[in-house]
Each structure stands twice: as C-alpha cells, then as structure tokens.
Design a protein around this ligand. Structure first.
Ligand SMILES: NC(=O)c1ccc[n+]([C@@H]2O[C@H](COP(=O)([O-])OP(=O)(O)OC[C@H]3O[C@@H](n4cnc5c(N)ncnc54)[C@H](OP(=O)(O)O)[C@@H]3O)[C@@H](O)[C@H]2O)c1
Length: 288
C-alpha cells in the first residue's frame, strides 16, 4: 500500500496514476473528502489528513510500504517560515510513529542553496527528514512547465508573456509534472535504504524566449517574452496581495544569478521525456 499526499494536485495525482497503472494499491490522503471521489472510484483507500496534523497523518501512513510527501506550496511565507515548519513537524512526527518502509519527499532544485529564499522551506524539510529512522529519497525537480498556466491568458489575448526569469535567452531547467509523478512512482517502487537525492529536469532547458515561441506555435499567433524589471517586482507582488515578497524575489534572483541550480553533476541528473509543447497544448486547451 502506497500512501500519497497531495493526490488531488498535479504531482500527487500523477504519482497515483502511475502506481495504479502498475497494479499497486494506493491510499489517497486528502484533506477534503469531497475531493476524493475520483480516487475512491479508481479503487483507492481513503485517509483524511491535513499536512499540519501529526495524528491524522500517522493514521494515513500506518502500514504503508511507501509514503509520498507533497509539501504544500506557500508562496507568501511569514518570516521564519512558520507554515513550512508546522508541516515539517507534523510529517516528521507521523513518519516516526508510523514507520513506513520508505518515504519519497518532493523537494526542489536548489534545496541545497545557502541563501534564504522561498525554497528554504524545502531545505528545512530535507534537513528534518534526513534524520528519520526510515529510508528517504528527496526528488528535486526543476521549474515546473505547468507554471506557464499563469501566462496562458496574456499569451493568447495580448501576445506577451511577462518574465521574472532573466535574461530572456537564458535556458532554465524545467520539467513537466507528469515526469515528476512518473519518477516519484518509480522511486517508491524501488525500495532502498538510507538517504538519497534525485535531481530531475525535462528533455531540454527552456528560456523565456523558448517559452514564448512555443506558445506562439501552440496558439498560432506571435508571442514575445517581456522582462519584468527587477526594481518593479516588490511593488507588483504587493499589488497582487503578497505580504512578504522577499523570499519569492530571492528565489527568482537565485535562478537568474545561478545560485539556484542542481547540486549533482550533469550526468547524474535524471531526464524526463515530456516536451514543453505537450504541456502548453494541455494548458491552452483547459486553462487552470
Ligand atoms: N512550481 C514549481 O516550479 C515547483 C518546482 C519544484 C518543486 N515544486 C514543489 O511542488 C509542490 C507543488 O506540487 P503541485 O504543483 O502538484 O501542487 P498542487 O497541484 O497545487 O497540489 C497541491 C496538493 O496539496 C494539497 N494540500 C495543500 N495544502 C494542504 C494541506 N495543508 N494539507 C493537506 N493537503 C494539502 C492540495 O489539496 P486540495 O486539493 O485539497 O487543495 C493538493 O492535493 C510544492 O511542494 C513545490 O515546492 C514546485
């Protein structure tokens, strides 16, 4: 039995679909039972748990051969990352109590960075789970291609995508969530011992200009990438309702300045096979 958190989202859903396709039993861990219907229909067991609640997570992980941890995204974390720390405490406690045979935890490219930024939330998770008494694999994917969901309307309506990734011709490691889910499922099935880190990107790196030209091909209209000036970021993020824009700005700086990168050697990085064009076609046909 594999317990999958985040199953109603992109990556968790992809992990579960892969396991079910391989004939493996899946326990769908959901916080809202009204969203669990499609997974129950596929034959999954259900467990109700919030990622901040150790008791319900312990029950959800009990007896599992493998557990997939999907740390919830927090784009506007308060100083000191209290939201991520609450999840880390509950998840650690639940793993210690339930002792699943294996844990695969979704992390991120750049989790090893020393500079504080949005991804520090995953650095803290990795630090905590390294101490667990069970085998743990961290999966560190690159930038999700599905982040381009934010650009669909402006590409389609105005022929422009606004980019915080700079310069516009710099290739960035990106990956489709379908590849992230597939690799996570494979890691769950592999068993293993100790602590392992697996880094993952797609078939080729993608610059903001590449993103624009792929949108152009998919939409059948000209699309160009436009740089958002670094000095405008803070006001823009605050106008969108963010209270603490600095961690997100520092994450973007990290990609642009090169200190958010993969840690291993290039030949150690696992490559997915889903192309950007495939993802953009899906996003354009059913925008988020
Ligand atoms: N975007 C990127 O470029 C990127 C790159 C590398 C790594 N990542 C990592 O990828 C993860 C996001 O994955 P995703 O795109 O698949 O997310 P997603 O589609 O937004 O799905 C999030 C899932 O988490 C569940 N969830 C959220 N808060 C929860 C809580 N407090 N308790 C229990 N469940 C909760 C959601 O449940 P509901 O359906 O109930 O909302 C949903 O199933 C984050 O950990 C992020 O750091 C992202």
């Amino acid at each position: 039995m594999f317990a999958i958190t985040g199953i109603t989202g992109k990556v968790g859903g992809a992990v579960a679909r892969r396991l079910l396709a391989a004939g493996q039993p899946v326990r769908a861990v959901v916080r809202d039972v009204t969203r669990a219907g499609p997974w129950a229909e596929r034959g999954c067991e259900l467990a109700i748990a919030r990622m901040e609640d150790a008791a319900s997570l312990t029950a959800a992980f009990a007896g599992a051969k493998g557990v997939f941890i999907l740390p919830p995204s927090e784009f506007d974390p308060a100083p000191g990352f209290p939201e991520a720390r609450a999840v880390i405490a509950a998840v650690s406690n639940a793993i210690e109590q339930a002792r699943p045979e294996k844990v695969v935890c979704l992390s991120t490219i750049g989790a090893q960075a020393r500079e504080s930024n949005l991804l520090t939330q995953r650095t803290l998770m990795e630090q905590a789970l390294r101490e667990m008494p069970v085998p743990v694999t961290f999966l560190r994917p690159g930038w999700f291609m599905e982040n381009a969901a934010w650009d669909v309307a402006s590409a389609r309506d105005d022929g422009v995508i606004a980019s915080y990734l700079l310069p516009l011709d710099k290739p960035v490691p990106m990956v489709a969530t379908a590849d992230v889910g597939r690799v996570a499922a494979e890691l769950l099935l592999q068993g293993g011992s100790g602590v392992r880190t697996v880094e993952l990107e797609g078939p080729r790196r993608v610059s903001p200009n590449d993103l624009a030209s792929t949108f152009a091909r998919v939409l059948g209209r000209p699309v160009r990438a436009e740089a958002v000036d670094r000095q405008d970021w803070e006001a823009l993020f605050r106008s969108q309702g963010m209270k603490y824009p600095l961690p997100r700005m520092r994450m973007l700086d990290g990609f642009n300045e090169g200190w958010i990168e993969f840690e291993g050697q290039p030949d150690e990085i696992v490559r997915g096979d889903v192309e950007l064009e495939t993802v953009l076609r899906q996003l354009v046909s059913c925008p988020a």
